[in-house]
Design a protein around this ligand. Structure first.
Ligand code: FAD
Length: 373
């Protein structure tokens, strides 16, 4: 007999969604988190966009789980009264070259089952967003924004209501395979070591999910996480009223990011970003670089011409858990039960960068289907 049936490591939005889903059907479910509460890392440092699922390679988990997750998330928000806004987004072409990309984006979206995109000409763009300059645009009506904190709070409440247990302030420092499952060692809030056993382990540790993977003895250079920082600036009032939906440039090569875009938030704020910078070492560097203001200003001014340099202020930064090395083609989410590596009952959820928030509820169902007890 093990102490726990299922242990989930990491209480970001993905770990919480998994915990909620699994605690509906299993008893003795533990969610372990090193911080004193949920969502202290990537899940609180992102654009809070509910993505439509437009850009990702056909058939990839990113494409499938985003499209499925988007619908689940809108329904969940309505059911639990979590603040959201299905505001839509424009993908804008500001040059002739970019018009060709618009067509390619529409085609990719259709391949992913996103068939609601509408091509807009200059006049139609002006009607929707009079402050935006674009020669052509795609309107994505199913894109939106969500209050991530409220979402995570609800997932936490439901997990506890289902009988799941959440242990905060406890860092997983060791994992050993045993006959019936795994022995997990924690360093608790009082800096004391504590061990328990679990039949199934789900690694949803975000930026350090590769370290959890390695603690078991598994090795795979292709699953090394590289910290990839994204910084944001915000628009100072009154320029925060220039747009009423999200505005993205056409996507950049290899989808390392979706380009410096403009997102509204539920509090009436407007953010520019994130940019894409691979950090040289995996350090939690959340500083915003004031000297980047000009780059943000220049790239946004292309489609928001009334913008002035002083309208921007440094805002915040987040870090993507990338398994895609710089310059490499886009990598998919890695979500696997590891029996084939000799680790029965160990499920890795690694490389959950964007659209991880949008996909979280779909990832939870996908992971649940991998459990064999
Ligand atoms: C700049 C940026 C913008 C983004 N924008 C969007 C967007 O608009 N829409 C979208 O869908 N997605 C977006 N994403 C992606 C999204 O934020 C992530 O996919 C999602 O938050 C990942 O959640 P997670 O639970 O996997 O990871 P995390 O939130 O990082 O949670 C992992 C948790 O594991 C814990 N942990 C780690 N190691 C241990 C250990 N040893 N013991 C115990 N606990 C541990 C951590 O403390 C952390 O709380 C963005 C990401 C970034 C960086």
């Amino acid at each position: 007999m093990t102490d726990a049936e299922i242990t989930i490591i990491g209480a970001g939005v993905v770990g919480l969604a998994i915990a909620e889903k699994i605690s509906e059907s299993f008893t003795d479910v533990f969610l372990v988190e090193k911080h004193s509460t949920f969502g202290q890392e990537t899940s609180s440092r992102n654009s809070e966009v509910i993505h439509a699922g437009i850009y990702y390679p056909r058939g990839s988990l990113k494409a499938r789980l985003c499209v499925e997750g988007k619908t689940l998330l809108y329904d969940y928000c309505k059911k639990y009264e979590i603040p959201f806004n299905n505001c839509g987004k424009l993908i804008v072409a500001t040059s002739r070259d970019e018009i060709t990309i618009i067509e390619a984006v529409k085609h990719a979206a259709i391949n992913n089952g996103v068939d609601d995109l509408i091509v807009l000409g200059k006049d139609q763009i002006y009607e929707l967003e009079p402050n935006i300059f674009a020669l052509k645009a795609l309107l994505s009506p199913s894109t939106g924004i969500v209050d991530t904190h409220s979402l995570m709070k609800r997932l936490e409440i439901n997990t506890l209501t289902n009988g799941g247990q959440i242990v905060y302030g406890s860092e997983v420092t060791g994992i050993r395979k045993i006959k019936e499952g795994y022995e997990i060692t924690l360093l608790d809030a009082d800096k004391k070591n504590y061990s328990f056993t679990s039949k199934v382990v789900i690694n949803s540790a975000g930026l350090t999910s590769d370290k959890i993977f390695e603690m078991t003895g598994m090795k795979d250079v292709n699953l090394k996480i590289m910290f990839c920082k994204g910084e944001y600036f915000r628009l100072n009032p009154p320029k925060n009223r220039l747009i009423s939906r999200l505005v993205y440039p056409v996507p950049v090569h290899n989808l390392e990011g979706t380009g410096i875009h403009v997102t509204i938030d539920l509090g009436g704020g407007v953010k520019l970003g994130p940019d894409v910078t691979y950090l040289e070492s995996n350090i939690y560097d959340y500083k915003v670089t004031p000297s980047k203001q000009y780059v943000f200003y220049r790239s946004t001014r292309k489609f928001l011409p009334s913008l002035e340099f002083d309208d921007l202020s440094p805002d915040m930064a987040g870090i993507r858990p990338k398994i895609q090395k710089p310059g490499e083609p886009v990598r998919d989410f890695y979500i696997e039960e590891e029996s084939k590596r000799g680790f029965h009952g160990f499920i890795n959820v690694i490389g959950i960068e964007s659209p991880g928030l949008t996909s979280s509820l779909a990832i939870a169902s996908y992971v649940k289907n991998l459990i064999r007890i």
